[in-house]
Write a protein that binds this ligand. Structure first.
Ligand SMILES: O=c1[nH]cnc2c1ncn2[C@@H]1O[C@H](CO)[C@@H](O)[C@H]1O
Ligand SMILES: [Zn+2]
Length: 363
């Protein structure tokens, strides 16, 4: 299908957007990595910003989640001091605001940033400092963005309970939820059931990366054993949907449950193609899932590894599936409804920021 001409790059960037799934350590500016690496003597595979940007995108383009994750050694490696974390967090906020993101939940794993002596608290404090500086800089230049943290625990490690407690300690100081990430095959979410039960007892929120590097059993555990509020990716839920030749879709019990309960799917089109979770953009399950009215959202996952932005992801969907402003508005409102901030704040952003902008662009 032809791209909808109304969705120009400039307008896609200007459109208010909401980002629920973006890794702090997957979104550094290549030039910043080079400067930080020089400061701590970290050896990089390339020395110019452009070559390094290309290296990340190519190395991440492996078709395997495990190999994709290896590239993070070069971002996490330069994010080991408070100054580095604050700078990366501040630049993240500025980059997202420049792309028209009005609300973002940014995730990272505190346990990966303690190699040079910081403790878990220091890590969160440094990131919060960067977020505050970033939001202040954006508002000083006439823009607006709200950024909150999600604290991630790594599946291959065993610190989930500590990280869950950290999320609760910081719940009124910028942290709005919890996540688990890392290799999915071989590390089922039920390994951390104590952490999830603790968060539920604390009336907190969490999302779980599931249905990306592994299939339905992982999604089923995340939803039915762990009680995930949202699913990171969740693309493999299509394995529980049969589409007959005449186009009629039949949902299995898990797919029905996910749709009926309006469990948000944090889909990341470019990343899903790079890790092999989706065969191509054209065959990405987002199209089917959106047409079946699952609570689909669009995200970047790792802007550095995918050389992308949220406006670019929407542009790709417009090009590939002919999506226009009405689809983009639906996806954006879905994301805002699914955020972990309180209902009244979500409602205000929908009615005061998102809806009025899209109302001027009905197509
Ligand atoms: O798409 C993904 N699936 C699973 N794990 C991921 C993905 N992207 C990043 N990380 C992992 O999350 C950590 C904290 O941000 C990153 O260091 C990376 O190892
Ligand atoms: Zn992710």
């Amino acid at each position: 299908m032809e791209p909808t001409p109304a969705l120009s790059e400039d307008l896609l960037r200007a459109a208010p957007k909401v980002l629920l799934h973006d890794h702090l350590d997957g979104g550094l500016r290549p030039a910043t990595i080079i400067e930080l690496a020089a400061g701590v003597g970290h050896a990089l595979p390339e020395t110019s910003a452009e070559a390094l940007a290309r290296w990340f995108a190519e190395a991440a383009d492996s078709g395997s989640l495990e190999r994709y994750l290896e590239t993070f050694a070069h971002t996490v490696g330069v994010m080991q001091t408070s100054e580095a974390l604050t700078r990366v967090a501040r630049e993240c906020v500025e980059d997202l605001a420049a792309d028209g993101v009005v609300y973002a939940e940014i995730r990272y794993a505190p346990e990966l940033h303690v190699e040079a002596g910081l403790d878990l608290e220091d890590v969160v404090a440094a990131v919060q400092q960067g977020f505050e500086e970033g939001m202040a800089a954006v508002s000083a230049s006439g823009g607006r963005i709200i950024v909150r943290h999600l604290l991630t625990a790594m599946r291959q490690a065993a610190r989930a309970m500590e990280i869950a407690e950290l999320a609760i300690t910081w719940r009124d100081r910028g942290v709005v939820g919890f996540d688990i990430a890392g290799p999915e095959a071989g590390y089922p979410p039920t390994r951390f059931i104590d952490a999830f039960e603790y968060l539920q007892r604390e009336n907190s929120h969490f999302t779980i990366h599931a249905g990306e590097g592994f299939g339905l059993p992982s999604i089923w555990e995340a939803v039915q054993w762990c009680g995930a509020d949202r699913l990171g990716h969740g693309v493999r839920i299509v394995d529980d949907i049969k589409v007959s030749e005449d186009g009629v879709a039949e949902l299995g019990r898990l797919a029905s449950y996910v749709r009926d309960k309006r469990i948000p799917l944090e889909m990341c089109p470019s990343s899903n193609v790079q890790t092999g979770a989706a065969p191509s953009l054209a065959e990405h399950p987002i199209r089917l899932l959106a047409s079946l009215r699952f609570r689909v959202t669009v995200n970047t996952d790792n802007r550095l590894m995918s050389r992308t932005t949220l406006s670019r992801e929407f542009g790709l969907l417009a090009e590939t599936f002919g999506y226009g402003w009405s689809e983009m508005e639906w996806l954006t409102v879905n994301a805002m409804k699914s955020a972990f901030i309180p209902y009244d704040e979500r409602y205000r952003l929908i009615t005061e920021t998102i809806k009025p902008w899209y109302a001027e662009r009905r197509d």
